[in-house]
Design a protein around this ligand. Structure first.
Ligand code: ADP
Ligand code: MG
Length: 697
């Protein structure tokens, strides 16, 4: 077996060395480690313990509770007996202290029979099973009372074939290497101000703590570092933008006048939020560097008109714009909305989707490259292909796709000009979280809703209420309104007992409303069929649209006033909120019925939360409470990297501290030029470069 060997003493080399260079890590074991994402020594030291076996906290025997894994000190009360049954051997003993006693059984460790003597004291650790008289501990680990081994033993995530001992051994080998030098990525000043341990101390202690305090100190440092590095990196990217070349638009008097005229043509008055969002975008447009702005507003707050006006201003200033949507339906909807908002402007707006005939597509891309099209709207998938603009000035996208978009849009004609980016988001995110998710963006919040909006009246219902729900649909249709019915799956799946969209459509169109226009929409329809259905629905030619969640995002039909969600328990809280945003988009009172037969208390709480709250922020908070730490409102969808130590929901305070520390560093050194601050940047790149595939670094 090879010992750790490296010619130079730079720890960089050691970290990059394959773990198979460690003693006792064969290629075969190396493959098992690889399953855990560990290939190098550097990866290994970052394998964080899941928990610790705590030998220090002793529970009185009388208080050992079924299900606990506990440590206790006890005396062996009887002569341990060895029994065999076939190949199985087991030793039984009774262990006790002055608070009570418990049975212990050790399977297949016959040698213990010689070792364990009545009257001797030991420390035991194991899982407690059963209660009362049948309480027992199964194959507990044993330590002598004067044992000096560490009180906290790390427990690592494993994979089949790999055991704790192997992992612990490998890690301790690395740390016992005297040449191991762990680079410090936090500036000394920050460490002092925020009472943080050094990287070296923290990493050593997290794997070999001597006390609970050690674990806390180590964890705090490592979690802080993760949050700090990500925020500092994003912040650096943000300030780095100022060195990039953007489309600096003139925004002449004439352009601003045209804008005012276009706004005056709208059938409504803009909300103050919409006005100030437009103002900040115009301000971005004037700068010589590319703007990167997040427009955050609840569903129905009217983000489309903001984007449309921004794109019009770009066009009048001589720049093309592109707006991207995740689905064809949405892109089509956006194109129609934008066209109607910009009616009379004379601007050329085009739609580009996957289902388009190649010849038509060619025509379109040609005129785009000639500069004849001002605003291109389409799906990401299509636009990210080889589309060429003459002068791209503004790129509007939605939150799901923000990472990497700027870079993939092919720019042409203007050298290295990077367009302004607008990210539209309906996901309510607590401020602290926004720093992590959108630290590199300027944020505009659209707080107020178009006036006259009434909250959507939301109710829960059970399958047995079917006829009442049918009557509600009938009533809305008679009023000339339209109805959405959303189902979680499209095919009947008897095991799961899910109403598929097809079955619901069948029932409604044949049995309940044979004289009404009931349509079906799901992901497996052809693009053309989908857009036909959407067009019919838009034109009011459909009374009831039964659909899978394809209608979830962005669809805008003010005449739709009733939303029925089947198997509502299958949807998350935020998802339900997004769905509900499909109705209540006008002055007319709208309704939402959440149908579920589930009695799961969590489900009931979720549904009640929706009935009680209409604001996305309140719902996001509730979501956080109900789901607890985990993937709250689709953080992963935003492209946020998994943290190794930090937890965005539990480390809220630490997040604030780290954010203050970032401010502090940037106040004194906005471009991170000094030696110590360079290290922050190096570490940020090392950790996140491949995930944040954006220019500017
Ligand atoms: P979202 O922010 O969810 O994308 P939309 O832009 O789709 O919202 O707008 C929702 C609806 O509100 C649309 O029907 C739009 O015409 C309407 N709307 C937008 N702004 C206003 C306003 N200031 N006053 C009244 N209605 C508005
Ligand atoms: Mg929208």
């Amino acid at each position: 077996m090879s010992e750790l060997n490296y010619s130079e003493d730079t720890s960089g080399h050691l970290f990059r060395q394959s773990i198979t260079t460690l003693p006792r890590i064969s290629d075969k074991r190396g493959k098992l480690f690889a399953k855990l994402g560990i290939e190098t020594v550097g990866d290994l030291i970052w394998l964080m313990p899941r928990s610790y076996n705590d030998w220090s906290r002793r529970v009185p025997v009388g208080r050992l509770v079924e299900g606990d894994v506990a440590t206790f000190e006890a005396v062996i009360e009887n002569v341990p007996s060895l029994a065999r049954r076939g190949k199985l051997s087991y030793i039984r003993a009774r262990l006790g202290d002055d608070t009570g006693s418990i049975r212990a059984v050790w399977f297949n460790q016959p040698w213990l029979g010689e070792q364990l003597k009545r009257g001797e004291h030991y420390i035991f650790r194991g899982k407690i099973e059963g209660s009362g008289r049948s309480r027992s501990v199964n194959t507990p680990e044993i330590r002598a009372t004067n044992d000096e081994s560490p009180a906290f033993i790390p427990v690592y995530p494993l994979t089949a074939g790999l055991n704790q001992a192997t992992v612990r051994q490998a890690i301790s080998t690395v740390f016992s290497n005297r040449d191991l030098a762990i680079t410090e990525s936090l500036p000394a000043g920050i460490r002092t101000d925020y009472r943080l341990a050094t990287a070296d101390y923290a990493l050593r202690r997290i794997h070999a703590p001597e006390s609970e305090h050690d674990i806390e100190v180590a964890r705090r440092r490592l979690a802080f570092e993760e949050l700090f590095l990500l925020m500092a990196g994003l912040r650096y990217m943000k300030s780095g933008r100022r060195d990039e070349c953007g489309p600096a638009m003139k925004l002449t008097e004439e352009v601003l006048e045209r804008l005012q005229k276009q706004i005056a043509r709208l059938p409504y008055k803009l909300t103050p939020s919409q006005e100030s969002a437009i103002a900040s975008i115009l301000n971005d447009f004037r700068q010589p560097y590319p703007g990167n702005r997040l427009i955050q507003g609840d569903v129905g707050s009217g983000k489309t008109v903001v984007a449309a006006m921004a794109m019009a201003v770009a066009a009048w200033s001589g720049y093309q714009s592109v707006m991207m949507a995740p689905t064809t339906i949405l892109a089509t909807q956006h194109a129609e909305s934008v066209a109607s908002i910009l009616e009379g402007s004379g601007l050329k707006i085009a739609l580009l989707t996957g289902g388009m005939a190649p010849s038509r597509k060619r025509l379109l891309t040609d005129s785009l490259a000639e500069g004849e099209i001002d605003i291109l709207i389409g799906t990401h998938a299509v636009i990210e292909q080889d589309i060429r603009f003459v002068k791209l000035g503004c790129c509007v996208t939605d939150e799901q796709h923000r990472f990497g978009v700027r870079q993939r849009v092919k720019l042409s004609g203007e050298g290295d000009i990077i367009p302004h980016t607008l990210v539209m988001s309906a996901t309510p995110i607590p401020r602290t979280l926004a720093l992590i998710l959108y630290g590199d963006l300027d944020i505009t919040e659209m707080k107020d809703m178009p006036s006259g909006r009434q909250a959507v009246k939301t109710y829960t219902a059970r399958g047995g209420d079917r006829s009442r729900i049918d009557r509600l649909m009938e009533r809305e249709i008679n009023l000339g309104h339209q109805v959405f019915v959303v189902c979680p799956m499209i095919e009947e799946s008897p095991e799961l007992d899910i109403h598929s969209a097809e079955a619901v459509h069948e029932r409604l169109s044949r049995l309940v409303f044979p004289d009404r226009r009931v349509a079906l929409m799901h992901g497996k329809l052809k693009a053309q069929e989908k857009s036909d259905v959407m067009r019919d629905f838009d034109q009011g030619d459909i009374d009831i649209l039964v659909s899978t969640t394809v209608i979830e995002v962005g669809i805008d039909q003010p005449n739709a006033t009733l939303l029925i969600v089947e198997n509502a328990e299958r949807f998350g809280l935020s998802q339900l909120h997004q769905l509900r945003g499909r109705v209540g988009r006008s002055q007319i009172q709208s309704y939402c019925v959440l149908v579920s037969d589930s009695d799961d208390p969590l489900v009931r709480r979720r549904l009640t939360a929706l009935c009680k709250n209409s604001s996305g922020f309140a719902i996001a908070e509730e979501d956080l409470l109900l789901r607890g730490p985990g993937d709250v409102f689709g953080v992963h969808q935003h492209g946020i990297p998994d943290f190794r130590v930090a937890n965005l929901y539990e480390d809220g305070e630490l997040l604030k501290e780290a954010s203050r520390a970032v401010d502090q560093v940037f106040r004194d050194d906005p471009y991170l030029t000094n030696q110590e601050n360079r290290l922050i940047l190096n570490e940020f790149k090392a950790r996140y470069d491949d995930r944040l595939t954006r220019p500017g670094l």
